[in-house]
Design a protein around this ligand. Sequence first.
Ligand SMILES: NC(=O)C1=CN([C@@H]2O[C@H](COP(=O)(O)OP(=O)(O)OC[C@H]3O[C@@H](n4cnc5c(N)ncnc54)[C@H](OP(=O)(O)O)[C@@H]3O)[C@@H](O)[C@H]2O)C=CC1
Ligand SMILES: C[C@H]1O[C@H](OP(=O)(O)OP(=O)(O)OC[C@H]2O[C@@H](n3cnc4c(=O)[nH]c(N)nc43)[C@H](O)[C@@H]2O)[C@@H](O)[C@@H](O)C1=O
Length: 318
Amino acid sequence: MQLNDKIYIAGHQGLVGSAIVRELKNQNFKNLIYKTHNELDLTNQQQVANFFAKKKPQYVFLAAAKVGGIYANNEFPADFIYNNLMIEANIIHSAYQNKIKRLLFLGSSCIYPKYAPQPIQEIYLLTSTLEPTNEPYAIAKIAGIKLCESYNRQHNTDFRSVMPTNLYGIGDNFYSKNSHVIPALIRRFHEAKINNANEVAVWGTGKAMREFLYVDDMAKACIFVISFNKNTYKNNTDPMLSHINIGTGEDITIKQLAELIKKVTRFKGKIIWNDKIPDGTLRKRLDINKISKLGWQVTTSLEDGLDKAYRWFMNNAK
Ligand SMILES: NC(=O)C1=CN([C@@H]2O[C@H](COP(=O)(O)OP(=O)(O)OC[C@H]3O[C@@H](n4cnc5c(N)ncnc54)[C@H](OP(=O)(O)O)[C@@H]3O)[C@@H](O)[C@H]2O)C=CC1
Ligand SMILES: C[C@H]1O[C@H](OP(=O)(O)OP(=O)(O)OC[C@H]2O[C@@H](n3cnc4c(=O)[nH]c(N)nc43)[C@H](O)[C@@H]2O)[C@@H](O)[C@@H](O)C1=O
């Protein structure tokens, strides 16, 4: 990617999209284009087709999606499958029709089977059944990978896919119910501290394990993957490089996470568990050998990342 190339970031106001914009600007990319959800509804095929025909981007980061935590995925399955299928199909097809140079599709680690061997290698995709709480979302994300692969095979496009683990950081969605565990707990512990509450309820049993990656590391990974030379990509030892895991390769229990967030927010009370809410997948640690061998590495520790996220929340979140 050259510094003057025209780069479209879909979802530029979201957690990941805004981090990609920040990092592209840091790296001196000058020709970034984006539209808000109000200006361009990516589920609308005609609007997307018109936008691509008019703007003719050369590179596309597909970081727009209907996204939420375990509760939102479980409550609104139709929204998660419909919106994500439409956004992906519209953007990927328009990218092909307008001969864009490269596109990067963001999937999710929930595409892998619920009981996949750990750590999860890319080749475990479609080897067994999925976690029910997010199956519709995961199926839409698998369709996104297959869209990229199919256009590459039939039309010789260069569409790449990354599968991030659970992400967090500045610019996250800190609304308690629909969000992911880190922003939800940062808000809950912070509010409990302010209100001198004795206890905070955390969902599930605390036994589930998750791997967390700070969003700026994810943004760097996205730019790294879209940028590298196709020959490097193709000559990698594994011929099935249709999608690449992005994570830290390390996971912790939700109980350990809750203790860390309690410490970061300086809440002094007790943690109690609400096991009426599901744990979801018990474990989904990613094998990050592929991205590591290509030369990308994590820079932000969980402790530092939580600290940055908490400071951002106190200064910015409503
Ligand atoms: N956050 C995480 O833990 C993980 C995220 N991912 C993936 O990373 C990508 C980015 O996620 P993240 O940044 O967290 O999500 P966010 O919800 O923070 O951002 C998504 C962005 O997409 C926009 N968007 C949604 N629907 C439309 C639409 N119909 N038209 C135009 N814009 C739309 C949203 O705008 P608005 O808010 O206005 O609707 C929002 O700005 C997604 O593909 C997600 O699946 C993968 C693994 C983990
Ligand atoms: C990124 C990922 O995000 C979702 O999957 P998830 O990994 O289950 O993510 P989550 O952050 O919602 O939960 C992680 C764990 O944490 C527990 N937990 C405790 N207390 C709260 C809490 O207050 N909020 C939330 N959300 N979870 C909580 C919760 O019970 C679970 O055991 C999917 O949308 C999936 O599609 C996807 O891709």
